[in-house]
Design a binder for this molecule. Sequence first.
Ligand code: ADP
Ligand code: ZN
Length: 432
Amino acid sequence: MYWEKEIETLPREKLDALQAERLKATLRQAARSPHYGRVFRETGFSPGDFNSLADVPKLPLTTKDDLRENWPYGFLAVPREELVRMHSSSGTTGRATVIFHTAGDLDAWTNLVARCMYMTGVRKADVFQNMMTYGLFTGGLGFHYGAERIGCLVIPAGAGNSKRQIQLMQDFETTVIHIIPSYALHLTGVFEELEVDPRKDTKVRIAFVGAEPHTEKTRKRIEEYYGWKAFNSYGLSEMNGPGVAFECTAQNGLHIWEDNFLVEILDPETLKPVPDGEEGELVMTTLRREGMPIVRYRTKDLTRILPGPCECGRTHRRIERLKGRTDDMMILKGVNIFPIQIEKKLLDIPGVGMNFLIVLERKGFNDEMIVKVEVAREFFDGDLLKLQKLQRRITEELKGDILITPKVELAEPGSLPKTEGKAVRVIDNRKD
Ligand code: ADP
Ligand code: ZN
């Protein structure tokens, strides 16, 4: 079943007991894989030594490199003939990693995605247009099967082809979509070009936005422009893909499904748990996977647990909107900067458009940050003074926040490079 009120509102003690029981089974299952079999042997920890959640810190951590080193089948805990599907990560930070599923794994994953969608109000009568890349990427098939499980009419549109997307939306009266947030911002320009008013000329009411970091401001822009409710969807291929953590209608943090995942927030340097409510690296363990269980996976994604209960009544804890990966952090002149900080500042400035790009250069011993920003068309009417004023304002605002002075270049709407998948926000041309 994908919608189980009882599971979603399970009291903490019961949730903890369920996690401990599932973790014990997961460890036994994991020990069958070549990788964990070896790790358990080497560390002298056997799954039989696990008694309660208090033992979790004794368990081995798993990294993307472990997955890469065990390419392709070193994490399998079942015979290969039991597998029915393979997916992979997007390879945003290096060689992609692969994940395998049994039929049971796919069923559990599908239920999770359906649970997320149902939570935001998606029902059988909805028409769901999935604007994510199909294929190895999990955002396509993951959402596809989730929506089918609810009984929606699914349009597997795939990514890109903006004009056709809008046409499909209109012709088939799409009510729910799944879209990458940077692409949703880009699509505003296409709606304008086609003179289609998304509020009047389409029936879309819900958008799932995710797969990449984005700020609250980006969500607001999407909601204001389109009139959609936009819900943040977080997932990663190593933990299935979408369906890991999702916003409810309170839109205040993402419920992370603790009946399927054990959640820890660790200090990325010391690898010790951070105090409650503080930011750190999200570390997760699969609690139901048969084919490829993963223990204490270091996601490199930075977030924190939001304190207190959610107004919706669900007991599964909430994580804050993700800040980005530890890998995304840029170090310039000794200052640590996340692309999301730049996004936050930029979108506050009137006239700033829908896309930006950060380029890092090394000039002699100096690092330089160039921020290319699309701004509204009206700034390109030949009034150079107006343009310079905006450029100065952006420079000052950024400097005030990130403490270094970037070189700001203003660009016309739609002129900066865009991708159909996750946006590339930083180009680092510095050579070591
Ligand atoms: P890759 O790790 O190669 O990008 P995946 O397709 O598995 O491959 O992507 C998962 C990653 O995408 C997450 O670890 C996270 O960094 C990012 N991500 C996914 N959803 C969100 C979201 N809603 N907010 C921020 N980052 C996200
Ligand atoms: Zn909630």
